[in-house]
Design a binder for this molecule. Structure first.
Ligand code: NAD
Length: 514
């Protein structure tokens, strides 16, 4: 059997978090923030968990504790939902004009911009991602708030004419904020995903109770301080750090919220969805993916190699729409795979704050064990590990960029989301075969086509069952365009004008005239 463990690659390790932070001259401000015992943010007041409980923050670079979060209780949740309800129904937020909301969201974006480097550094330390990637996340966060700030003054209904109803009527619709939104966020892009949820919610006048991911909550807490500084009124944004299994589950099933917006795994999303449905709580579910990448022999091969590698190794493959299932046309399969393996071997592993790092450690020991187990399954099921594998130094959680060849759609590694830097590849001969292979999945978050044929691109874009189709590039994402999944990748959409429909109710008003 092929050895799973990558013995060629070594990664620099550190004695402890302090040695790591000092090696990269992390500012005194960031170090002070890390050293704090963090609290919950309810009604614009910082307070410890009601039972004093805490959760350690483990730094991916060293595997040691770097900070401490409060572990919210169900009692804390009651207080937060009540603060959000008051702010929505009668508080200062309910009486703001759209222009005032727009100004406040822009002010928040200004403050994020002013603290750009500090936030990017915190995100890199907390998630383990390269600083350059964390900077992209913070820029995406700013862009998202600014995009939705512009919508605050443009939420309108429409006037209508009855189609068959006889009589004299004035009919129109109103778009009203859905109310209090429970927001549950995963750990891979914590601050940016929060912006995907809060931007639209704040623009239309909703209030929120946020459950950040327990392993990466730090930038969300710093963001709360900035929200306070921006003048966002009490109760509009409440932050409850802690365990998904307790406070997350209690939030999803809480009768006091009007909507839950969840991003995370399909398994957890299904339990959130069931809980929400019990109360007819509205929901948006952004879930897992196993996105197909189709490479045709008429593509720009070298560019496709670069893009495919980026699409699976960026953020150590911990990306919901990672292009993780690769299908390459027979005639170019060998050449393409040789170049792709060479590219994979060129990714430099290291700690997030090292400017030379291209791929950091996985976010946690649990994630490392899960990805390692999937690689083992791939080998056992007969796929060929062409490069990569976990690094077994007993200290860190690195997995080198890994590619499996000779896969089939029956294999577990092809059917299930791995959520690590692991690509599974196989051949196809015709366009029809490629389409059938791509659509043969429970997931439908994204798909990518590499081809120069206009006809092929349009035919496939129409037939692929995926919420986003990328052509000749991976993961193009922008706040102006909606994002979400088909099939078990969820339902509802974040981003774009489409998201506004998911944070508002539509009311129809009929006035009968004499
Ligand atoms: P996860 O489902 O384990 O956790 C997501 C969030 O849910 C966390 O905040 C967690 O604390 C909370 N949670 C856990 N159990 C809960 C419960 N019983 N009830 C309510 N909340 C609970 O996901 P993760 O491991 O943090 O993130 C990785 C997953 O997220 C992957 O499957 C990935 O594809 C998916 N994801 C999807 C998108 C998208 O836009 N579709 C984006 C990013 C990540």
């Amino acid at each position: 059997m092929t050895s799973l463990f990558n013995t060629e690659t070594t990664v620099k390790t550190f004695q402890n978090p302090q040695a790591y932070l000092d090696s990269y001259n992390v500012s005194a401000g960031v170090q002070k923030f890390l050293a704090r015992q963090h609290e919950l943010f309810i009604g614009n007041v910082w307070k410890p968990a009601s039972d004093g409980g805490t959760v350690p923050v483990i730094e991916p670079a060293t595997g040691q504790q770097v900070s401490t979060l409060a572990n919210a209780t169900v009692g804390d949740l009651e207080e937060a939902v009540s603060a959000a309800r008051s702010a929505f129904e009668s508080g200062e937020w309910a009486t703001q004009t759209p222009l005032a909301r727009e100004r406040m969201i822009h002010r928040l974006a200004d403050l994020i911009e002013e603290n750009f480097h500090e936030l990017a550094t915190l995100e890199s330390i907390d998630v383990g991602k390269p600083l350059s990637e964390a900077e992209m996340d913070i820029q995406g966060t700013i862009d998202t708030y600014r995009y939705f700030a512009g919508w605050a003054t443009k939420i309108t209904g429409r006037s209508g004419e009855p189609a068959g109803l006889e009589g004299n009527y004035v009919a129109y619709t109103r778009k009203e904020p859905v109310g209090v939104i429970g927001v549950i966020v995963p750990w891979n892009f914590p601050l940016q995903t929060l912006a995907w949820k809060l931007g639209a919610a704040l623009a239309v006048g909703c209030t929120t109770v946020v459950k950040p991911p327990e392993v990466t909550s730090l930038t969300t807490l710093r963001f709360a301080e900035l929200a306070l500084e921006a003048g966002i009124p009490a109760g509009v944004i409440n932050i409850l750090t802690g365990k998904g299994s307790t406070v997350g589950a209690a939030l999803a099933s809480h009768k006091g919220i009007d909507k839950v917006t969840f991003t995370g795994s399909t398994k957890t999303g299904m339990s959130v969805g069931h809980a929400a449905l019990e109360n007819m709580t509205r929901m948006t579910l952004e879930l897992g993916g196993k996105s197909a990448v189709l490479v045709f022999d008429d593509c720009d091969l070298d560019k496709a190699v670069e893009e495919v590698a980026f699409g699976i190794f960026f953020n150590a493959g911990q990306i919901c729409d990672a292009g993780s299932r690769l299908y390459v046309q027979d005639s170019i399969y060998d050449e393409f795979m040789d170049k792709l393996v060479a590219n994979a071997r060129s990714w430099k592993l290291g700690v997030g704050l090292d400017p030379e790092t291209m791929i950091g450690p996985l976010v946690s020991d649990a994630q490392y064990r899960s990805v390692t187990a999937m690689i083992k399954t791939g080998v056992e099921e007969g796929a060929t590990l062409l490069c990569g594998g976990p690094i077994d130094d007993g200290i860190t959680n690195y997995v080198a960029p890994s590619i499996f060849g000779d896969c089939t759609n029956k294999m577990t590694v092809v059917r299930e989301e791995i959520f690590g830097p692991v690509l599974v590849a196989q051949r196809f001969s015709t366009q029809e075969e490629a389409l059938a292979l791509a659509n043969d999945s429970e997931y439908g978050l994204a798909a990518t086509i590499y081809s120069q044929s206009l006809n092929r691109v349009h035919q496939l874009s129409k037939s692929l069952k995926a919420g986003s189709v990328y052509v000749n590039a991976q993961s193009s994402i922008d706040p102006a365009m909606p994002f979400g999944g088909y099939k078990k990748s969820g339902f509802g959409r974040d981003l774009g004008a489409e998201q506004l429909d998911y944070v508002t109710e539509t009311k129809t008003v009929w006035i009968t005239l004499p």
